[in-house]
Design a protein around this ligand. Structure first.
Ligand code: A2P
Length: 264
């Protein structure tokens, strides 16, 4: 821990306080939070390390911790030849990362019109902004029901989200806001699990509505936030528009919003 006392050597340096490896392709970590940083749950910032050329190598990362948390949490893939994550995956407690304190993003409550049921649709590390929003009191103040849908290739890829969601009802800070409003719908596509199939398929064939015992998504009651690969985002946009929802933005709130998950 002696390292944490050393002087920052990077511009916008923050110190790593925790690292957890979930699989050989996924890890999460926490860093100190700049005092001046204010953000809305669901937003992202640019973070990174110094590249071999001495210049900052930065990528967009959703903040996975809620706006009220003293630290910042991130959830990342590890790409063995990825310019940033090939290095970032080796960070240890006490190391420094670069964090530009300019949060932005569309997966925020301000971009949605009032509704009854809020759907979070994520694949892979796209669950990160929802890890923030699921810990945000406003999420439960604004909606009667919140449904977290997460699709991954394998069961182990769901573990970060599963452990977080299971811990929330007993959380001393957020538990009372959640009550029994938060529902979890995890599916896998390449390994056997109780619930199989892509989110998109399960929406189109109605399986998800049957399984959860909720009516089909409609413009009057349902709001959605989407975060995944470009393919997922494109396909889900079409499906949500098919249900009558229109895309919102900070400047023009509507019924759903979309953001691309970080890919190295
Ligand atoms: P699949 O296994 O059928 O490709 P990835 O690791 O490639 O980012 O994928 C994460 C999860 O997202 C996988 O379960 C994958 O399913 C799913 N997925 C990828 N593309 C789409 C898409 N266009 N629509 C729905 N799910 C998708």
């Amino acid at each position: 821990m002696a390292d944490t006392a050393k002087k920052p050597t990077l511009p916008d340096a923050q110190t790593v306080t925790q690292v957890k490896h979930w699989t050989d392709r996924l890890f999460s970590f926490r860093v100190t939070r700049p005092r001046s940083l204010r953000f809305r749950s669901g937003e992202f910032v640019m973070i990174g390390l110094l590249g071999d050329n001495g210049k900052p190598l930065l990528r967009a990362y959703s903040i996975a911790s809620p706006a009220w948390d003293e630290e910042l949490e991130f959830y990342s893939i590890k790409v063995q030849d990825g310019p940033l994550t090939s290095k970032l995956q080796h960070i240890k407690v006490g190391d420094e990362i670069i964090l530009r304190p300019k949060p932005v993003g569309t997966l925020v409550h301000d971009a949605l019109l009032p509704g009854k049921r809020l759907w979070f649709f994520a694949t892979g590390t796209g669950i990160a902004p929802f890890a923030s929003l699921m810990r945000e009191p406003e999420t439960y103040e604004n909606y009667d029901e919140v449904i977290m849908c997460h699709t991954c290739r394998e069961v182990a890829d769901l573990e970060y989200g599963r452990q977080l969601i299971e811990s929330l009802p007993d959380d001393p800070l957020i538990g009372e806001f959640i009550g029994n409003k938060l529902r979890y719908y995890p599916t896998t596509t390449r390994e056997e699990s109780p619930n199989m199939g892509r989110i998109t398929t399960n929406l189109l064939n109605g399986k998800i509505f049957n399984d959860l015992g909720v009516p089909q998504i409609c413009k009057e009651n349902d709001r959605a936030m989407v975060c995944g690969s470009i393919g997922l985002n494109t396909d889900l946009k079409e499906i949500l528009e098919g249900f009558g929802l229109t895309e919102g933005a900070n400047s023009q709130p509507a019924e759903y919003v979309v953001e691309k998950a970080f890919v190295d």
